[in-house]
Structures are given as C-alpha cells and as structure tokens.
Design a protein around this ligand. Structure first.
Ligand code: LLP
Length: 869
C-alpha cells in the first residue's frame, strides 16, 4: 500500500467511514477497507474508520450476557469467540498475537467477575464491548502491516454517555445515548497525531467512567457521533446494499434507489421501516449538518444515498412507502373520558410505568387508540397483560395484534392528499384500525392487519408512481430500480474462485483426472456468511453433501456441529475429529435398522426419530433419553421432485395427525421430546421458506411441555443457472428474527449441506474424443455419471467450461458426455464451448455437494478422486 508522503495540514477535512460485521470478518474485506481509507487519504482527507465486531460475535457475547448464570455455557461461548478471532488473525497473516489475546484474556476475567452471577447490566456492557475492541485491534494491526499507518483509538475516550430522564437501568448501560457537539480541540489533537485512525462502533464511556453500549444500530450511531465531533466532510456508512429505496426491495423489486434525501425524510423512512440505517444516527449529524452517504461495499462505483441538509427539490413528493410488522394496538374505550381532565395523563402514566413507548395515537370522544412498536419496546405477553390490568381502572381495553403500519413518507404530505384517491380506495377495502398524519407533515400512516401487507405494498407503490405523487422522473432524487441494479449485479457477479486458481487447477490436472478439487477458502466463506446471520443458535453441517475429512475439520473449526444420517457417517466424523464431543453430533436417519439408533444413543449423540415404528416397537431403547421428533408438514420443496421430502408421497417424518400417538408412546417409555425437526427439501432459494417452517414448528412446539429446540433442517440453495437469483441471506436473517422475536423460548438449529460446499468444488476431466452425428456435436470426457450423477438423476445444471481455452471465443453447441454405457450419461446438454480438442481440461462447476459422495464404480470405472486446495 502506498502511503502518500505529502503530509496533511492541520485543517485537512475529515471523513468518517463505518464498516459492519460482515465487512470486517475476512481478509479480502479488510483489503477493501484499506483501499477505501487510502483513497480518501490520497485525496487529502483525514480518515476515521469505525468498525463493528466480527459478524456473529455480538450475538455470542450477548449469549454470555443472557446465560450468565450458566458458567460452562459461557466458557463454551468464549471458546468460540477466541477461535473466531484467532482464525481471522491467522488469515490476516499477522505476526504477534499479544494484542488480541489481551482482549480474550479480559473476557476470561469478566467471566470470573462476581457481577456475572447476577448478569449486572454494567458487566454485560463490558462483555459486549469486547467485540468491537477486538475487531478494531485486529484491523489496526493489519492496516499498519499493509503500510497504511493507522492509529487505534478507544472510542470511550471521545464519546461520553449521558443519563436521560426516565431512562431505565437497562437503557443506561445497554442502549446509551451520547450528547455530542463539534469539538475543534479533539480534531486538532488527533490531527497532530496522524492521518488515519480506527475506532470502535457501539461503545461509549458511562458517567462513572465505566463502559456503556449504544444499543441496536450502535456502530452507525458511533460513526454519526464522530462525524459531529470532528465536523467531518461526510460520514460514509459502507454496507451490503446500494442505499435507501422507495420501498423495501424485497417486497417491491421496482422500488427506486433514493439518491438524495434530507435529514427529516431519511429519519422518517428509517423510523418507519427501512433497516439500512438506524434512525438514531441521523439526529447527531443533522445538528452538525454533516452529510451521511450510504455506500455499497460490493459496488463502490454506485452513488448510493446521500442524506443532507435541504435538498434542491421543493415540490411536494412522496419519497417512500414503508411498512412495519409486529405492531400492537391498544384501544381504550370510556364514556367518562369526554372533557375529563387528566384522563390521558392517567392512561399514559400506566404506559410509562411499564416502560412502554407509545408510537402513534388516534383519539375520539370516547376512545383513544395507541400503537406500540416492538423495536422500541420490550414487548411480551406479561407486560401487556399487566398494562391491561392497570388500564382497566380507567377504561375498557382491547389489544389488537398482529398489525402492520404502512407509512407514506414525503415532504408536504397534506398538500398531496387530493392526489391519493386511488391509494385511499385501496385501503377502503381493508379494516383500517388507525390513521395518523404526523404533525411535521412528513408522513401518513395506516395501521391494518398484518397478513395483507406483503401483497399490498407493491400495488400501492405502483399506484403512487402512476398518480405522479412519487415523482420518479426527478433524477436528483430517484435513482435506478432495485431490479435494474440486481440485473447489473448478476452480470458482474464476482468471478468464481476457480477462475482465479486456473493455473493451479491446470497444473493439478496434469497429475490425474477425473478429479474433484475443493477450495477450503470457499467453504469458509460460505460458513461465515451463515454464521454472520447470528439468528441461529447452532449450525450443523449435513455431511451427506460431502464428508471429505478436511472439509469436516474446516467446518468444525468454524464452529459447526454435524448432522449424520447413518452410523457410518457418525464414524466418519469421529475419525476426522476424534475429540469432537458426542453431543455435537445429531443423528437423523430414515428407515435405519435398530442397531444404528442403539449405537448412536450409546455414543451420546442426539437422535431424531422420523417415524412411529422405532418408538412403538423399540420404545425401551429411548427410555430416559432426550430425543428430537421429525415431523412432516405436509408439503415438500426443492429443485427437483426427487429431493422434496414432504407429503404422503415422501417417506420422511411423522405426519401431523400421528404426532399425538408418538407423544403418548414416548411418554409411556419415559423418552423426552426436546426438539422438533422439519426438512422439506433441498436447493431452496426463497428465504421465506424457513420463516414458514419456523412458524409452523414453533406453534406446534407450544403444544408440548418441554421443547427446547426447533431444527429447521437444511435445503439452502445456491444458484446454478445464470438467471437463478441467489438466496438472500439478509432476508433469511430477518425472517428468522421475526419469528424468533415471537417465540424467544426456543433455540434455533439448522443443518445445511449444499450451501456450504457446492460452490467450493469443481470436477476436472479431460477430453477423450469428439464426435459429430448429423447436427449434433459430442465432446467426450473421462468423467461420467459414475463420478457425477446429478445431471442424469435430477436434470441438474452445472456450468461447464474448457479450462484449457477459457479465454477463447465460444464456438458451436455441444453435448458433453462421459464414457459410461448409458444414454443418460450426459453431463451437460447444448453448451457453447470453444472448439475442444483431445486432452483439453474441462471443468464442471458447483460440484462440491452431492458429487464425489454419490459416485459409483459402475462399468467398473473408478470415479473421480478428490483433493483439497
Ligand atoms: N437435513 C436433512 C434431514 C436432509 O435430508 C438433508 C438433505 C439436509 C439436511 C441437507 O440438505 P441441503 O442443505 O444439502 O440441501 N442429492 C441431492 C440432495 C439430496 C438432499 C438429501 N437431504 C442433490 O444432489 O441435489
């Protein structure tokens, strides 16, 4: 990295750049941070980098805070945290580990702290802070190693939390606020020290000199605080999306990128649904008039969204339509309230007493209805029940839930009402519980039943454009649509790892073909993507997809447990990982013989039963054991009929109407059902699928007494054809989070196979012969259906390239076939490859899952071998 040797003047402008968890979890991501910081520095700016904890770490630390009484569990979580940091340390190739070990040691001391037992809030704040302190330490060491001189700052020395009136103890320590103003002295002090700095998001100093954390969205807020203190030229929030949109792009693919917003509009959009930016972070920069830019890490060339003081556009226009689910309405009815002094004061006092913040309010002579937003409230049925009891003293109370709030946001709302007739007509057909028009004239909100929202929003968005109240022709405000950006992104999708490794693969092919080659780096990247979701309490790797011992060890190091479907798979895991505790093995066989269940129980593995027979006939084997029950939710999903595992036509799981019979036999034998499991199929790309499984299992689990775990199975797909839309991990995280909020009592487990390994594997083969018959051209290779059966069995599509001639122009359409005596022995139909010659190396992509493991010796041909990079 080239450090410019011209030094900056003391008054050089500042830029604050913020990076979240996934952006700080791998070496390529840190290289990206380095290049963004260096670009600003080269342009004559001083740079402050603000970082979150590595993805998933805050959840693990929160797990320690929540489970503080259970020391062994806390120690286990600490081990995972240490392992994750050491692993990144290794990946970054850093020489001395002391600095990072010091934070891990600090965490150990915190576990020995007497405050742990009671889970004191100040102790929890210190535990949580370890995540950012560690990631910033790792980052500063790496940036310096790259040659970009970077100074590490402790955010607590600059950000002082303030106590707010009516603030709970929880809020004081775990959702703190900081009052900031431009402080030229701090800017000058730092300018005297250097040009590039790194500091932690999320943490601040409490009034008594201890540590407090800022709550949700904390790192964005820290960046905004620093932007205000330094009166930066801009605060850049680097994230994985292109910016804020005129609607949630997952609901409305035609939603338009909002290129420019003013603070008030951005605040409304952030508060009423968009999750790109936490609403809290706008206020500090607005007061200091520092612009915020939202930038896409994967596509830095896109303009993103800029939020600043007054934009040029003065004509009233709706900028966005947003929605929030999970809203609870409390309707209070009383005849005596009319003109009664103090009625509202009494009512709101009750909300205050229960720590509930009221969002929207509608009032009539005899009724007041208010809404409670779950993101601002610790809402649970207990709190609501207690609130209702208190309110009954003044009025009749009705709780209406689950509702959703749909909000139109735009400056000058009241001047646009006459153009909203089509939109209002749409609401006419629904049960609208509450309408609220904000007094700042920026929003109009409708509260309706939650169930209709997902289909309603796209319709309303289209109507707003048609009625010209959303003025999408104004290019200073509205950018391209999500759909256009997604199409552009697919066309520039990151090149696969095997293109970078072409020379090495060609070299490997000289020693032996056919051969599977696996990239462990790619396995790790996929694993970290999943771990980064944070929502899942335990990830298992379904090793049926690929039981290569190096892959098992790699995923174990990432923190995965294992799901096995045969006793031999259990033996394979134990051979690869002799020290693996048995409880990290989940045994989920189907129609297996009795001995396998017995062996698994004796070994101490967790066992899932998926039929009545084992419990009916061999019930005594399960006496006194904790077991899981696999249920059949009645439908299957997946990329092909043969991989769908639901409904009467599929042999898996216990039908819902037999669950009670299963339970009574389990009870009779003293077996405890502690987990429910469902897996509906394989190769699913729709993130909402797991929400539906999650909800169904959770509601079923409520009928049992002691269910602890819901296992949503695997099935996470990877795109194979060029037009497949990849599984949206962020959407999966959001979907799971929503259900988990409703059923926090259940742990969540998942067991993907394909997602972790498919893209990490390629099959290398050599051209043996070519042939032409009429118009049909055949390219024969030395790998056949005995090495990769997926195309023959499931009509699976694998990308195929001529690796020897990767850059040559594509030629005629060919059929790529193997040497097996079956006409189904075709690896790819109608592919366009450069003219192939005998000896060329052909690469069949995305073959890491269900490839080698499904191979056979049919025709007595040895299937492809395997090697890991
Ligand atoms: N859990 C259970 C209970 C399963 O049956 C399976 C896969 C998984 C998890 C992992 O599913 P995954 O995440 O890998 O989709 N040979 C087929 C796939 C068969 C999947 C069998 N069960 C193929 O090549 O597409």
């Amino acid at each position: 990295m080239n450090q410019p040797n011209t030094s900056l003047t003391a008054d050089a402008p500042w830029v604050v750049v913020k990076f979240g968890g996934t952006s700080v979890s791998t070496r390529p991501r840190w290289d990206n941070i380095a290049s963004i910081a260096a670009t600003h520095r080269e342009a004559g700016k001083r740079v402050l980098i603000v970082v979150s904890a590595l993805s998933g770490i805050t959840d693990l630390l929160k797990g320690i805070g929540d489970g503080c009484a259970d020391l062994p569990r806390c120690m286990e979580l600490r081990e995972t945290i240490v392992a994750r940091h050491r692993m990144l340390f290794g990946e970054l190739g850093l020489p001395r580990r002391n600095a990072i070990d010091a934070w891990m040691m600090r965490l150990e001391h915190l576990l020995a702290d007497p405050r742990r037992g009671s889970g004191a809030f100040d102790w929890q704040a210190e535990v949580l802070a370890i995540g950012e302190l560690s990631s910033s330490t790792l980052g500063s060491m790496y940036l310096n190693a790259l040659g970009l001189t970077t100074h590490w700052l402790d955010s607590r020395d600059y950000l002082q939390a303030e106590a707010l009136p009516n603030q709970s103890l929880w809020g004081r320590w775990l959702s703190a606020s900081v009052r900031v103003r431009h402080d030229p002295e701090i800017a000058a002090e730092l300018a005297a020290r250097g040009d590039v700095f790194i500091a932690q998001g999320f943490i601040a100093r409490s009034g008594d000199g201890k540590t407090a954390v800022l709550g949700r969205g904390g790192s964005d807020t820290s960046a905004a605080y620093f932007g205000a203190v330094l009166k930066a030229e801009a605060v850049e929030i680097w994230t994985d999306v292109p910016g804020m949109f005129s609607a949630n792009p997952r609901q409305v693919p035609d939603a338009r990128l909002l290129a420019r917003l003013d603070y008030a509009e951005a605040q409304e959009i952030a508060t009423t649904g968009a999750k790109v930016l936490h609403p809290r972070c706008i206020h500090p920069v607005r007061d200091a008039r520092v612009p915020i830019r939202i930038k896409d890490t994967n596509r830095p060339q896109l303009p993103g969204t800029e939020i600043l003081w007054n934009t040029q556009s003065t004509t009233p226009s709706i900028k966005a339509i947003s929605s929030r689910k999970g809203i609870t309405l409390v309707s209070m009815e009383s005849i005596s309230m009319w003109q009664q002094v103090g009625f509202l004061a009494d009512v709101f006092e009750a909300f205050k007493r229960h720590g509930l913040s009221v969002d929207l309010i509608g009032s009539a002579e005899t009724n007041v209805t208010v809404s409670l937003d779950p993101s601002e409230n610790l809402l649970n049925t207990d709190v609501l029940a207690r609130l209702c009891v208190d309110l009954e003293a003044f009025c009749r109370v009705k709780v209406i839930a689950p509702c959703a709030a749909i909000t139109l946001v735009g400056r000058g709302m009241r001047a646009m009402l006459h153009r909203l007739s089509a939109v209002l007509a749409e609401f006419g057909a629904l049960d609208v519980h509450l309408i609220s028009q904000s007094s700042n004239n920026l929003n109009l909100t409708f509260v309706i039943d939650e169930a209709v929202v997902d289909t309603l929003i796209p319709r309303l968005h289209a109507m707003l454009i048609r009625a010209e109240v959303m003025r999408v022709d104004d290019a200073s405000v509205f950018g391209p649509s999500w759909r256009e950006l997604a199409e552009e992104a697919t066309s520039i999708r990151q090149p696969p790892w095997w293109q970078r490794e072409r020379a090495r693969l060609l070299e490997l092919a000289t020693t032996a073909t056919p051969r599977y080659v696996y990239s462990l780096d790619q396995v790790r990247e996929q694993a970290r993507g999943l771990l980064g979701l944070g929502m899942v309490d335990r990830w298992h790797y379904a090793l049926k997809a690929n039981p290569h011992p190096q892959i098992l060890r790699c995923l174990h190091a990432e923190g995965f447990a294992f799901e096995c479907v045969s006793w031999n798979e259990v033996l394979a895991v134990r051979a690869a990982l002799p020290d693996l505790p048995a409880e990290r093995i989940l045994f989920t066989p189907n129609f297996a013989p009795r001995e396998e269940y017995r062996a698994a129980l004796a070994a101490g593995a967790r066992v899932t039963l998926d039929g009545l027979h084992p419990m009916l006939e061999w019930g005594t084997d399960f006496a006194d054991h904790d077991i899981f029950l696999r249920v059949d939710l009645g439908i299957g999903r997946g990329h092909h009929d043969k991989v769908r595992t639901g409904g009467a036509q599929s042999k898996f799981g216990v039908a819902l109407d037999e669950v009670e019979t299963f339970r009574s036999h389990a009870r009779r034998h003293g077996a405890r059902i502690v987990g429910l499991h469902a897996h509906l199929g394989s190769g699913i790309l729709d993130a909402q699928h797991w929400r539906s499984v999650h909800v169904q299992l959770a509601s079923l689990a409520e009928r049992f007494n002691r269910i602890e775990v819901l296992d949503l199975g695997g099935g996470l797909g990877v795109p194979s054809r060029p037009d497949d839309v990849p599984l949206d991990l962020a959407a999966l995280g959001e979907a799971l989070a929503e259900v988990k909020q409703a059923y926090p009592q259940f742990q969540l487990w998942m067991e993907p196979g394909r997602y972790l390994v498919a893209e990490a594997g390629v099959l290398l083969a050599r051209v043996t012969q070519t042939k032409r018959k009429g118009d049909v051209h055949y390219v024969g290779v030395n790998a056949g259906m005995n090495s990769l059966i997926r195309p023959a069995l499931y009509e699976a599509w694998h990308e195929i390239v001529n690796l020897s001639r990767l850059d040559a122009p594509a030629g005629e359409l060919v059929q790529i076939v193997g040497p097996i005596c079956e006409s189904g022995d075709v690896l790819g139909n109608n592919r366009r490859l450069p003219a192939c010659r005998e000896g060329d190396v052909i690469l069949i992509a995305e073959a890491g899952a269900y490839g080698a493991v499904m191979a056979s010796r049919y025709n007595l041909r040895e299937p492809a071998g395997e090697v890991c990079l």
